[in-house]
Design a protein around this ligand. Structure first.
Ligand code: AMP
Ligand code: MG
Length: 407
């Protein structure tokens, strides 16, 4: 009896929790999930200031100013952003001022430079100003002590901006999980090196590290490791200390050199199962070492490996990062041309997702074999075909993982 996909997912998710929060400098906190509410340490703006380059004036002095009836004022000071005026504005005077500079004492309006002749000793003003115009008031955006962010929020550029502006140089976040990817196989060589007959490039470890990073993890590659039990065991030992999550590729099927399965079965803390899915039937999950580091053993076939990562590893990474929702964004999409799907297995079909006439549509990217990397590379989505469906027909509506969206 094959195990349903959601059961295998639940086993992994039950074994992981958000990582212990740490305080990270803002640029490192970017991309992480906030672990505590954040309050503003001061109001925003924190002082009254001008929103225009121009002149700080008394509105009453310029009430009648126009092109036909200009008003002249004596310029008594000049304030760039970052400085304070040393003079005050009194009747008959103005202070030249640049955007962001504090409002000088006495002034109650700003005349933009465009309404003046730009004078530095005497300024001629040809535009009137209501009291308060072009003045940004202290606290009009955010009050001191106001909550600006909530625990659980993802820190993108916008959240980093409010943190910085409101007085915070760092943020308490769930750190990025450290994911170590170990690929196994005697046939693997480094990408970019010539192949001898029978050998292949180790595409999986590069694919999985990239996928883990895209999910938000700090991911590293160890290997490839040849199919040698002692060597694999030593590599696991070495990597355990620096990993929050271990991911292996290959060596888990029924073959004679399936090292991962042979070694980890003996340890007794990793369970190997067959999951009712295509691709990606052979799966393993468990924990290793004193710290109970979770380990997911992915099949070696590249497309199986990718789909298994998406279904079983990515949710663990997202949970460790503190996301409330750990699943990939999904849409419902109509099938343009049909394809076949295996009985009694959930199929994760590689498809191209697009929008036509205002609705989502999908098209298979071709052959669905577990070695068809070309088809995977043309896909931007995975269509989920339920176990009871063996024939996907044009017009059917399926749930689709939109791989172009992270969260
Ligand atoms: P295995 O699960 O080790 O039996 O491998 C299944 C298939 O996936 C074989 O055709 C392997 O050559 C291939 N394979 C295994 N590991 C990798 C890898 N790291 N990169 C690309 N293909 C792989
Ligand atoms: Mg192998």
């Amino acid at each position: 009896m094959l195990r349903p996909v959601d059961e295998q997912q639940a086993i992994g998710l039950a074994a992981v929790a958000p990582l212990e929060p740490i305080d990270l400098p803002l640029l490192e906190a970017h991309g992480c999930v906030l672990a505590a509410d954040v309050e503003a340490l001061w109001p925003l703006p924190s002082f009254d200031n001008t929103s225009m380059d121009g002149y700080a004036v008394l509105a009453a002095d310029v009430a009648g100013a126009s092109e036909a009836t200009p008003v002249q004022l004596r310029v008594v000071d000049d304030v760039p952003a970052g400085y304070r005026a040393t003079e005050r504005v009194s009747p008959g005077t103005a202070i030249r001022i640049m955007t962001g500079a504090p409002l000088p004492d006495g002034a109650d309006a700003i005349v933009p430079v465009e309404g003046t002749d730009g004078g530095t000793d005497i300024v001629t003003i040809t535009r009137s100003a209501e009291p308060g115009v072009f003045i940004r008031r202290a606290g009009e955006d955010v009050h001191a002590g106001e909550q600006v962010l909530r625990a659980g929020q993802y820190l993108s550029a916008r959240e980093i901006a409010i943190l910085a502006a409101a007085g915070h140089g760092s943020a308490l976040v769930h750190p990025r999980p450290r994911v170590v990817v170990i690929s196994t196989g005697n046939e693997l060589v480094e990408p970019g090196t010539p192949l001898k007959h029978g050998l292949i490039a180790d595409s999986n470890s590069y694919m999985l590290v990239t996928a883990a990073k895209q999910a938000g993890a700090a991911a590293y590659r160890a290997g490839p490791v040849i199919d040698d039990e002692d060597l694999f065991m030593r590599t696991l030992d070495d990597q355990l200390v620096r990993a929050d999550l271990l991911v292996t590729s290959g060596g888990v099927s029924m073959g004679a050199y399936d090292t991962v399965k042979a070694v980890l079965s003996r340890l007794g803390t990793v369970e190997f199962t067959k999951v009712a899915m295509q691709p990606g039937m052979p799966q393993g999950f468990g924990t290793l070492g004193e710290e109970n580091v979770p380990i997911v053993t992915l099949p070696g076939n590249p497309v199986s490996s990718y789909v298994s990562f998406e279904v079983f590893v990515r949710p663990l990474i997202r949970r460790m990062m503190g996301f409330a929702n750990v699943t990939r964004p999904q849409v419902r999409a109509s099938v343009l041309e049909g394809w076949a799907s295996p009985a009694n297995k959930t199929q994760f079909a590689r498809v191209d997702l697009s929008v036509a006439e205002g609705r989502y549509v999908i098209r298979s990217t071709g052959a669905q074999g577990s070695h068809i990397l070309g088809g995977l590379s043309r896909a931007n989505a995975l269509a989920v075909v339920p176990p009871e469906i063996t024939e996907v027909k044009p017009g059917d509506v399926l749930t689709v993982y939109d791989l172009s969206r992270e969260g």
